[in-house]
Design a protein around this ligand. Structure first.
Ligand code: UD1
Ligand code: UDP
Length: 366
């Protein structure tokens, strides 16, 4: 009987980053591969599953509009445990730092099933930034058997926490695998996006920015649009009601701001290739930008992805609207400032992360 690998997928970035791992495990042929969608996200997850042809063997459908973290956690715990009891996997893979990841790790611990954590070892120095992701990934690390660290830096974070060397594997980030599959294609832009002219691409959804910081950042976007009438600001807005409301209220009537529903991965990568600069609080986007040569302004006070900052391809701006506006203006006005943030090698991976993860699993379980 083949060892059974179960992968849990809850949100958009988990689908993007685990799709290459599922494909590599299937191509290897030595494992029975099962995919559990927790459905922490519904529309966002389905959109990515369609793009990557990622089919769920089990689906928990836990999303409820605007539910609290404790409600989400409790619903996930019951659902994941029932699937573990039923499936009896040899090993479980989970990715990143969402509530799905924390509950997967805890559920596996209760049932003494080993966990492989993809994208392990990312850290900020602040347990509340990003919230609750920093807590989720630290807690998951304590319960993990195989730590798949994307970079040497993340591996060093794990060593510093006392994780044994033989459990840490530096693989690169699987998002680079996903991106490399499509980035060379001629990718269509969403309807109505001009093919020429300056374009600023925006994503924002972090919980610690909800409320006043998010409103301030949206105000900076509004001011940027007013200062550059020839700029197109494109913002695919996250479906979280705490983001949708302020985004529509502050940018809805700005003529050169295009608020879109979340776009498919192909269209989003197309937009990144087309963009002059990126303003974001996303994790994954910071890892994708260097492969595209896209200058990135990080709208957060901390980042667990310092590699891009050190390489000079991303800049940590915080959430002060005046600073964000100044940095965006500098990149729009000065081609040399833009050029200085392009052209470095991607410090997050080389496109072979999924293959390395499968090698480790094969050595452990075959
Ligand atoms: C979650 C993760 C975050 C990750 C992000 C990626 C947690 C606590 N947070 O944040 O780490 O960066 O996903 O996008 O795990 N909603 C929909 N449809 C969807 C998705 C979300 O309507 O397809 C709405 C629902 O009202 C939901 C709310 O957004 O309750 C928040 O979703 P949730 O998964 O709790 O947190 P995110 O902010 O999306
Ligand atoms: N993304 C996408 N469509 C969008 C916005 C983002 O495909 O409308 C992709 C993006 O390329 C990146 C990932 O989604 O790979 C980032 O997801 P998100 O911002 O939801 O989560 P985070 O990376 O912050 O956890």
């Amino acid at each position: 009987m083949k060892p059974k690998v179960l992968l849990t997928v809850g949100t958009r970035p988990e689908a993007i980053k685990l799709a290459p791992v599922v494909a590599a495990l299937r191509a290897h042929g030595g494992f029975e591969v099962r995919v559990l969608f927790t459905g922490q996200h519904r529309e966002l997850l389905d959109q990515m599953a369609d793009f990557f042809d990622l089919r769920a063997d089990r689906d928990l459908q836990v999303m409820q509009a605007g539910q609290t973290l404790p409600e989400l956690t409790a619903r996930l715990m019951r659902g994941i445990d029932a699937v573990l009891a039923d499936e009896q996997p040899t090993v479980v893979l989970t990715q990143g730092d969402t509530t799905t990841v924390l509950v997967t790790a805890l559920g596996c611990y209760y049932r003494r099933i080993p966990v492989g954590h993809v994208e392990a070892g990312l850290r900020t120095a602040d347990l509340f930034s990003p919230f609750p992701e920093e807590g989720n990934r630290r807690l998951a690390s304590v319960l993990t058997a195989h730590h798949f660290a994307p970079t040497e830096r993340s591996a060093a974070n794990l060593r510093a926490e006392g994780i044994a060397e033989d459990r840490i594997h530096v693989t690169g980030n699987t998002v680079v695998d996903a991106l490399q599959q499509i980035v060379q294609r001629d990718l269509p832009l969403p309807e109505g996006i001009p093919a020429e002219g300056p374009l600023a691409l925006v994503t924002m959804h972090r919980r610690e920015n909800h409320g006043a910081p998010l409103r301030g950042l949206l105000g900076a976007m509004r001011d940027l649009c007013a200062a550059y009438p020839d700029l197109t600001l494109v913002y695919p807005v996250h479906p979280n009601p705490n983001v949708q409301g302020p985004a529509r209220e502050i940018l809805g009537d700005v003529p050169n701001a295009r608020l879109l529903p979340p776009v498919g991965y192909g269209e989003f990568v197309g937009l990144m290739k087309r963009a002059t600069l990126m303003l974001t609080d996303s994790g994954g986007v910071q890892e994708e930008g260097p492969s595209i040569g896209l200058p990135i302004l990080v709208l957060r006070d901390t980042t667990e992805r310092p590699e891009g900052i050190d390489a000079g391809v991303a800049k940590l701006c915080g959430t002060d609207p005046a600073v964000v506006l100044r940095e965006a203006r500098r990149l729009l006005d000065d081609p040399a400032a833009r050029a200085a943030m392009q052209g470095a090698e991607n410090p997050y991976g080389d496109g072979r992360a999924a293959a390395r993860i499968v090698e480790v699993l094969a050595a452990a379980y075959l």
